[in-house]
Write a protein that binds this ligand. Structure first.
Ligand code: NAD
Length: 454
């Protein structure tokens, strides 16, 4: 099928490249000329494991452009995957979505096109996009005859760092529309994934447990709500583990054991029960805020979701408090933060806990040193005020530090020979912000081991 993808960020790029890999003819359109140039040269503008390999394997079915005129006409499906950041009042800022919908409407030429919201958009946005498409299309002087279109929702559940596997081997695919023909088109588009009939990429064999993928084919509003409900649930699961973690620390229980004991119950499951400095990234914060904002339009409160947010922001503050409790005086102290990306295997810094922790330490008069194996370059560009604190090497980060905080559990940090660095520190304190280091081992080496929930 012919597919257009609007936006080549984490989601749009993964969608476009994966669909091209499956044999669809895909054109990706982005306003950012620099991104398009990189992608044309086979380079990936984001850090996403495997993406450049998949780009190479899908190249013959894939085009990148800044022109909607090149991308939209003839497409059976147009995915809109632009950013939807939070506006100051917490509701999603939909200006990119509006811009994309207007541009799509001005370029439609096909007899039937499904315009799919892949961005995470508030409930009701499908209707809103439909209205924009119709209004914009109606204003076209060159309006072609016989053009039909309908809006669908196809929320995205990929995890950065695992985006390709999550797309080719997802837990489920959700499609929603009030137009049956759209659902049928999307069903056809995703058949190779649903039935797992494609040959896997050479660099990523099909996981042994990969089965046929359940398809949830539903109405527009339900599809839109599924995404928010799922994200908020994951966020509150982490917050719950963190809330229990604080009690565990008080009563002298080991939160890692508690989480393990809980997670083995299949009704609960072990994932997203890891205590630590909490969630970050572009989705959980924004989407929980948007869910609360949507509910308030209907005079509904979301007390559980609100509490999950409060607990999460408290976790970042607790990390700083733990350091203060240990060092007593933070002024003039040198604190090293290991990891800046909001999680391992991505260079995404949006709402990363490290940013809050660094700023809070600086506000208290401490000096910070920062390191990330992958995200430093992006950090320099996006956080110019904090960029002078970057350390080029891990040795440099540890040198003269009064404490080091493991903020992001990159494999490189877990595999460090920690005994090599202790001698560089002024004060061998380590705060495990993710509960991933072995406390006994760290103590044996000579560190004063602290953790967020210990
Ligand atoms: P992103 O910021 O990485 O990418 C958005 C891209 O859209 C950018 O390249 C931008 O230049 C482009 N763009 C903006 N306006 C445009 C326009 N009018 N025409 C063409 N291109 C335009 O964003 P992302 O992380 O990929 O997120 C996209 C959406 O998917 C968001 O709604 C997000 O909430 C949702 N989502 C993200 C993730 C994730 O892990 N990143 C997961 C699930 C859902």
């Amino acid at each position: 099928m012919k597919v257009c993808v609007v936006g080549t960020g984490y989601v749009g790029l993964t969608t476009g490249v994966s669909l091209a890999f499956l044999g669809h003819e895909v054109t990706c359109v982005d306003l950012d000329q620099a991104k398009v140039d990189m992608l044309r040269g086979g380079k990936c503008p984001i850090y996403e494991p495997g993406m450049e390999d998949l780009l190479a394997e899908a190249a013959q079915n894939l085009t990148f452009t800044t022109s909607y005129e090149e991308a939209v006409p003839g497409a059976d499906v147009v995915f809109v995957a632009v950013q939807t950041p939070s506006a100051p009042d917490g509701s999603p800022d939909l200006r990119y979505l509006r811009g994309a919908a207007e541009s799509v409407a001005h370029a439609l030429h096909h007899d039937f096109t499904v315009v799919v919201n892949k961005s995470t958009v508030p409930i009701g946005s499908g209707n809103w996009v439909d209205a924009i498409l119709r209004d914009s299309f109606a204003t076209r002087e060159d309006r072609p005859e016989g053009v039909e279109f309908a809006v669908a929702s196809n929320p995205e559940f990929l995890r950065e760092g695992n985006a390709i596997a999550d797309t080719l081997y997802p837990d489920r695919i959700v499609i929603g529309s009030d137009n049956p023909r759209s659902l049928e088109v999307l069903n056809r588009l995703y058949r190779p994934i649903i039935n797992q009939t494609f040959t896997p990429p050479t660099f990523m064999p099909r996981p042994e447990d990969a089965n046929a993928v359940p398809l949830v084919s539903t109405d527009l509003a339900s599809a839109e709500l599924i995404k928010y409900a799922a994200n908020a649930f994951l966020a509150l699961k982490i917050s719950y583990a963190n809330e229990i973690g604080q009690l565990a620390a008080k009563v002298g229980a080991d939160i890692t054991e508690v989480a393990r004991g809980m997670g083995l119950d299949q009704r609960i499951g072990s994932r997203f029960l890891q205590p630590g400095v909490g969630w970050g990234g572009s989705c959980f914060g924004k989407d929980t805020k948007a869910l609360i904002a949507t509910a308030s339009e209907y005079n509904l409160e979301m007390p559980i979701v609100k509490a999950a947010r409060d607990v999460n922001s408290r976790q970042r503050a607790i990390a700083v408090e733990r350091l203060q409790d240990e060092l007593r005086i933070l002024k003039g102290r040198k604190i090293g933060l290991l990891g800046l990306a909001f999680k391992p295997n991505t260079d995404d810094l949006r709402d990363a806990p490290a940013l809050d922790i660094a700023n809070s330490l600086l506000a208290r008069g401490a000096r910070v040193k920062l390191h990330d194996p992958v995200a430093s370059e992006r950090f320099r560009a996006e956080q110019p005020e904090l960029a002078p604190y970057l350390s080029a090497t891990i040795d440099d980060l540890f040198a003269d530090c009064d404490a080091v905080v493991l903020v992001t559990e990159w494999a490189q940090y877990l595999e460090l020979d920690w005994s090599k660095f202790i001698g560089l520190m002024r004060n061998p304190v380590v705060l495990d912000g993710r509960h991933v280091l072995d406390p006994e081992r760290m103590r044996r080496i000579g560190y004063k081991y602290l953790a967020v929930a210990r």
